[in-house]
Design a protein around this ligand. Sequence first.
Ligand SMILES: *[C@@H]1O[C@H](CO)[C@@H](O)[C@H](O)[C@H]1NC(C)=O
Ligand SMILES: *[C@@H]1O[C@H](CO)[C@@H](O)[C@H](O)[C@H]1NC(C)=O
Ligand SMILES: *[C@@H]1O[C@H](CO)[C@@H](O)[C@H](O)[C@H]1NC(C)=O
Ligand SMILES: *[C@@H]1O[C@H](CO)[C@@H](O)[C@H](O)[C@H]1NC(C)=O
Length: 960
Amino acid sequence: MAKKRATKLPMLMFLFLFLDLPMLLHGEELELLLSFKASINDPLGFLSSWTSSAGATFCSWHGIACNNSSRVNSIDLAGKNFSGGISDAVFELKYVENIDLSTNQLLGEIPRDFLSCPSLRYLNLSNNNLTGPLPSISKLSRLEKLDLSNNMFSGEIPDNIGLLRGLKFLDLGGNVLVGKIPNSISNITRLQVLTLASNKLVGGIPRGVGRMKSLEWLYLGYNNLSGEIPGEIGELVSLNHLDLVYNNLTGKIPSSVGNLSNLEHLFLYQNKLTGAIPRSLFELKRLVSLDLSDNSLSGEIPELIIQLQNLEILHLFSNNFSGKIPGALTSLRRLQVLQLWSNKFSGSIPEELGRWNNLTVLDLSTNALTGKIPKSLCNSGRLFKLILFSNSLQGEIPKSLSSCKSLQRVRIQNNRLSGELSSEFTKLPLIYFLDISGNDLSGRIDGRRWDMPALEMLNLAKNNFSGDLPGSFGTDKLLNLDLSENQLSGKIPRSFGRLSELVELELSQNELSGNIPEELSSCKKLVRLDLSNNQLSGEIPISLAELPALGLLDLSANQLSGEIPPNLGVESLVQVNISHNHFHGSLPSTGAFLAINASAVAGNDLCGGDTASGLPPCKSVKNPMWWYVLTCFLVVLAMFAFAAIAMVFLRRRKDLELKRVENEDGIWEIQFFDSNVSRSITIDDILLSTREENVITRGRKLGMQLVVKEIINDVNLNSPSFWSVIAKLGKVQHPNIVRLVGICVSEKAAGFLVYEHVEGKVLSQILKNLSWERRSKIAIGIAKALQFLHGYCSPSILVGELSPDKVVVDGTDEPRLSLGLPGLTCTDTKCFISSAYVAPESRESKDMTEDSDMYGFGVVLIELLTGKSPADMEFGVHENIVEWSRHCYSECHLDAWIDTTIRGHAGNDNKHRKEMVQTMNLALHCTAADPTARPSASHVFKTLDSYMSPTSCVSILHFS
Ligand SMILES: *[C@@H]1O[C@H](CO)[C@@H](O)[C@H](O)[C@H]1NC(C)=O
Ligand SMILES: *[C@@H]1O[C@H](CO)[C@@H](O)[C@H](O)[C@H]1NC(C)=O
Ligand SMILES: *[C@@H]1O[C@H](CO)[C@@H](O)[C@H](O)[C@H]1NC(C)=O
Ligand SMILES: *[C@@H]1O[C@H](CO)[C@@H](O)[C@H](O)[C@H]1NC(C)=O
């Protein structure tokens, strides 16, 4: 044994001769750097020089700098597109003073303890995806700059941060930090820049803040800080930039701010500050920007503001300021942006405003200003936004503005401006938005060349303009054109058809005459077309029916005549008014005219529509008298024809009437909604079927199988309301709804419903095996059915309990919804009122509404997404599936809640992933606790359809 030890000793001695201790450490640094390299992805190959080839030292590696004794002193690898987890290795380099890994995509947590990096002075890890709590950095006594901004650090700011006495720069902004700002922070008296903005911090601003006398930049905005701004803030005499925006700060602005003699930027907007601006604030002679907007500040702005000669931006909008706009503003030569809107300023705008200023943006809208628009507003030659709407300004639009070529956005509507629009004004080259509606402007707007090539929105409504419509506005970008409520006359120019971007055309309440030009149908993007209250004549151009996006069409109160084009409303039209014209013939049977209101069709010679239209039914066309006289043969033929038609008609009517029949079970009342069924099915067929799986086999002859369901709860089968619901349901015909074809009720209060049999599977049974594509198709189909029931049936038909048990998916993946009889029957053994698919408010009140249907649909969507049903027991602390989903959606990764069988799709396909997230968002809207917050069925259908179907097509709806 002893011998063995003796042989080893010289070996060790030998090693120490060649490797001294510093060399060992050197090797350790090499290992650490290589370990760092190994942990990250380096797509652009910045670290390709990092190899341990003989001879080369790491001091020459990219991004590394060494000190005199060849130890790593600095690592600078900002913005290198690195991703992957950050390794602890870099933080174990004992001599490193500077680490900059900012602006990469590094993930993971950084070590809790920096003990092994005692020399660190500058640490910049900003703009990465680092998570976890802030490290305990209090031991880094030499640290001067710490930038951890724009990561995902969470938890509280550690209390011992105050021990970093040497820190000059601290930026923790853009994380998800919670809790209060620790008081100890004020012990960092050398701090020059402090940013804690964009976190979730609460509580007050520490009073000790005044001790950080070196602070030049204090940015605490976008948190939820509350309480008053401490007066001690006035002790920060070096402060240049103070930003406390988007918090919940209350009370007055402390008058001590007047001591911040170096302040150039003061931002306090979006808080709850009250009281007047302290007079001392106007001592801040260096102030360049002052933004106090969106508070509840009040009082007048004193002429003292003249002292702020460096001011460039003044935002005081959305407060309660009153009194006059101080004339002193006119002498602030650097003033560029002046926004005082939504206050209670009165009196006139200072006459000289703009003369000596450098104005670019002026917004004084929504005040109580009177007098004229000053002439000199555009003296700077830079004014591009002029917003003065909703005041009581009078007089003409100053001539000087007509030569203000920099103008881009002009909104001076809702004043009392008068006079004419100069011909120079309509040639301003950069204006894209011009709203001068609701004034007393007059004169002709034709007979001049409009040359406004940038114009997208033009509103001249509610003035006294006269003359013809201009044929062109010198722009092909116009989206909105509103000339309504003037005295414009003449024809609608055919050239309007060239406005290919037009979305809205409003010409109502003028004196326009002539035809509606067919060319308007070239404006393919048109959504609203209002030509009402004019003297337009002629027919509706048939091509108007082809406008693919038209949603509103108002032609009321004109002299239009002829028939309504039969395909009008096949496309997107939802709101149409053709009242008070000279139209004749029948209403089109398109979606837009279904259930149309009487007021929208009145004052014509029309017929048809359902009962809501208030119009007489259309008579079949009779052959004229002279035809009888002319040829006897034809008379006879016609009579035969009439007789035949009448027989079919009568037979059909008879088929659909309520029939009474008697059999061994007593007297039955039977009503069918389909004449074919009526002719071939008898009460005995129905009763027989109840003994044989409820399928009526005889129905096969009809090309339609029928199923029978018993009405099992105690409904008053004789009540008129029951029969009216049944009659309504009998009329429903929609590709996504199972048809009710009949009902029979016995005197003994037994009853059966007869439905069309759909070949397919119940959704609840197959849901788990479906792909995402199939699930989304099903969701869209159900939404379509709901849209039909709520929107096109008047009054709307409710589903009651919308659950996957009620949906049959047929061979082509179309879902078919079976309707129960809300409030009348339970189609299942358990009654719907207690079901998890019924909105909470309806469970209590037992009162179903459209909103409660939408809740049910929301739960079905959740089920399609998560594969979980409300009956599952795995929602943990969450009360139910909806609460659980709400939590998951906001807190967890998609993979945590999406059904495992469709997760694969989500992983590989961004489109699906996005659809799933959007669908969950929609589901959560549908299941909002507040019924009024739930979207309508048509909104839901449109939303789903817009992002899911590759080729969205609107189905043609049937309502027999
Ligand atoms: C980093 O986080 C952002 C925001 O959460 C995210 O959009 C981005 O994809 C993340 N990057 C990586 C590499 O994870
Ligand atoms: C500031 O530092 C002093 C001296 O170390 C200490 O006594 C005091 O508690 C610290 N203040 C805060 C608020 O941490
Ligand atoms: C803002 O502060 C008020 C009173 O200090 C408090 O009632 C309110 O909840 C706070 N708002 C938010 C969003 O924290
Ligand atoms: C006016 O504003 C422009 C920038 O919009 C600036 O370059 C110019 O120096 C300003 N003039 C004065 C007198 O402040």
